[in-house]
Design a protein around this ligand. Structure first.
Ligand SMILES: Nc1ncnc2c1ncn2[C@@H]1O[C@H](COP(=O)(O)OP(=O)(O)OP(=O)(O)O)[C@@H](O)[C@H]1O
Ligand SMILES: [Mg+2]
Length: 242
């Protein structure tokens, strides 16, 4: 059975789709079968970051409504996980039952299923949060983002109190902390009140993932460490080697 991981944030543009793509690729390199579901209805972006080009003819609403099977709906580029694209429009047929039924059809085919959500916490978040086993909360270490992350974590926790929520601090930059423009990791964790799953540096190669850029060693190892923690490996969270 696949482990289902819900990726969410308070504020938008903090790196949910980027982190989803990079961590799933790391899991793929560990030999895992991985599917990413783009849940950002109307604003999909994972197809660009995972370089699937024009391959996607169907999206997960088509799969849910039996217009295609999973093999036709999921597409992938070389070295990338499978992707189920987001529909362009919301449908009232998206319910806890219909999405749950779709996920159960995909369950046996994958080790991990990531759900990349839009920012905030609406009805769609409630559906996916209730159907997932764990969640990754993405935040940058500035006070505005951190406050919204804490609010989002509380809300998502209300939707599913069994959900194991962990924080990924993205775009972390020690120089910005020293200048007082970013919070340090302890203050970020204290404010969000969620345990840490990993830290991703601010990195030009991460910003260019959709252009097919190879990740820097520092960026790649940050994502690899998060992926290994997801598989249950005990990888230390020493600030020097985050
Ligand atoms: N660690 C990083 N270093 C540099 N650039 C980054 C990093 N993480 C993300 N970015 C860039 O930040 C921008 C927003 O990232 P992304 O689209 O993943 O955010 P998002 O949270 O999914 O946004 P949305 O809320 O709109 O779905 C992108 O241009 C991405 O390349
Ligand atoms: Mg996104």
């Amino acid at each position: 059975m696949a482990q289902k991981i819900f990726v969410f944030s308070g504020k938008g543009g903090v790196g949910k789709s980027t982190v989803t793509a990079a961590v799933s690729k790391s899991l793929l390199y560990c030999g895992k079968k991985v599917l990413c579901i783009d849940a950002d209805i109307g604003f999909r972006s994972l197809d660009l970051i995972l370089n699937t080009g024009n391959q996607a003819v169907y999206n997960w609403l088509d799969l849910m409504e039996n217009r295609c099977d999973a093999d036709r709906a999921a597409v992938s580029a070389e070295g990338c996980p499978d992707l189920l694209s987001a529909p362009n429009n919301y449908s009232e047929k998206i319910t806890l039952e219909s999405v749950g039924e779709m996920l159960s059809r995909l369950d046996g085919k994958y080790d991990y299923i990531f759900v990349d959500s839009p920012a905030g916490c609406g009805a769609l978040h409630e559906i996916f949060a209730r159907l997932c086993d764990r969640a990754l909360l993405i935040a940058t270490a500035d006070s505005v983002c951190v406050r919204s992350a804490e609010t989002a974590a509380a809300k998502i926790g209300e939707y599913n109190d069994g959900l194991d929520i962990r924080l990924i601090v993205n775009r972390f930059n020690k120089a910005e902390v020293l200048k007082g423009r970013q919070l340090n990791l302890d203050d970020t964790m204290d404010a969000v009140r969620v345990g840490l799953a990993g830290v991703v540096p601010e990195d030009r190669t991460i910003g260019n993932m959709s252009g097919g850029c190879t990740l820097s060693q520092k960026a790649q190892s940050a994502f690899n460490r998060i992926a290994r923690r997801i598989t249950g490996e005990q990888i230390c969270l020493d600030p020097k080697t985050l």
